[in-house]
Write a protein that binds this ligand. Structure first.
Ligand code: SAM
Length: 257
């Protein structure tokens, strides 16, 4: 690793607690280099110096490193498996489910979970914990306004029931919003609550180093109750689930033993 980038990592860790060394280096470095070059800085050192006195530069850095892309019912087929196979089984074991959307970005994922669960119980009995590193993403999640392209995979029935069109945008219903509690959390640094029935963590593990992933799978496994499920993204298969006490329940779904 170049000294310039290494120093930058140390500075960011001191300032924010975010440890960039746990993210894949080539990818992260490329993304940040193109950002500072566009701003006219010559290296990470100069970029960081300016960042310390310019909040906007800092926010832009956070925005670039977090990548908040999301959508409702992302990889629709997987949500069908959740609805038809996983949730009925979990509800056979526990009437009230403890659910966490980890790295929830702008809210599409936890709101999708709420819509899926609404097929099984009244919204008033649903309570979902949702967290992300990025406070701006959480603010947008709480606001709950989305462009049409985020809704492409939403089943028509859910779209009619839980969204209101507002000009070019769609607003998610307050009753759905009320099922979700958002919190700013760093998956790579904070401790987790325990006894979850379902943890949904999708499309963030791909950015982490193998060591960071390894630690995180262990922490997720510890945070689930026996029989609980971890639902990962569609490029994030776990290759050695048994070493984390997981059994494959279906593609991209792992059951804690
Ligand atoms: C591509 S989005 C995925 C959103 C959603 N889970 C989905 O699958 O559509 C990745 C999210 O991970 C969050 N993230 C990155 N590093 C994180 C960390 N260390 N702790 C918590 N969230 C993190 C980013 O802020 C971003 O919102």
């Amino acid at each position: 690793m170049s000294q310039d980038y290494e120093k930058f990592i140390q500075n960011i860790k001191k300032k924010t607690g975010i440890d960039l060394s746990l993210y894949k280096e080539a990818q992260m470095k490329r993304r940040l280099t193109s950002l500072y070059e566009k701003k006219g800085y010559k290296d990470f050192e100069e970029y960081y110096q300016h960042m310390t006195s310019n909040q906007m530069l800092f926010d832009e850095f956070l925005d670039r490193m977090t990548i908040n892309v999301s959508e409702f019912y992302r990889n629709g087929k997987r949500w069908e498996v959740l609805q038809e196979k996983i949730i009925p089984k979990l509800l056979g074991q526990n009437k009230k489910l403890k659910v966490w959307s980890a790295a929830c970005s702008t809210g599409e994922e936890p709101y999708t979970i709420a819509m899926v669960l609404s097929n099984f119980m009244p919204l008033s009995s649903i309570s979902i914990h949702a967290s992300d590193l990025d406070e701006n993403a959480i603010a947008r999640a709480k606001n709950g306004t989305y462009p049409e392209r985020s809704l492409q995979e939403v089943p028509a029935e859910m779209k009619n029931k839980y969204f209101t069109k507002d000009g070019m945008f769609y607003k998610v219903d307050d009753a759905i919003k009320k099922t979700v509690t958002f919190k700013q959390e760093n998956l790579l640094a904070d401790s987790f609550e325990q006894n979850y029935d379902l943890i949904v963590c999708r499309n963030v593990l791909i950015y982490f180093t193998e060591e960071a992933k390894d630690t995180l799978y262990k922490k997720f496994s510890d945070a689930l109750r026996p029989g609980g499920i971890l639902f990962v993204g569609s490029t994030e298969q776990i290759f050695n689930p048994s070493s984390y006490n997981f059994e494959t329940e279906d593609t991209f779904f792992y059951r804690k033993q």
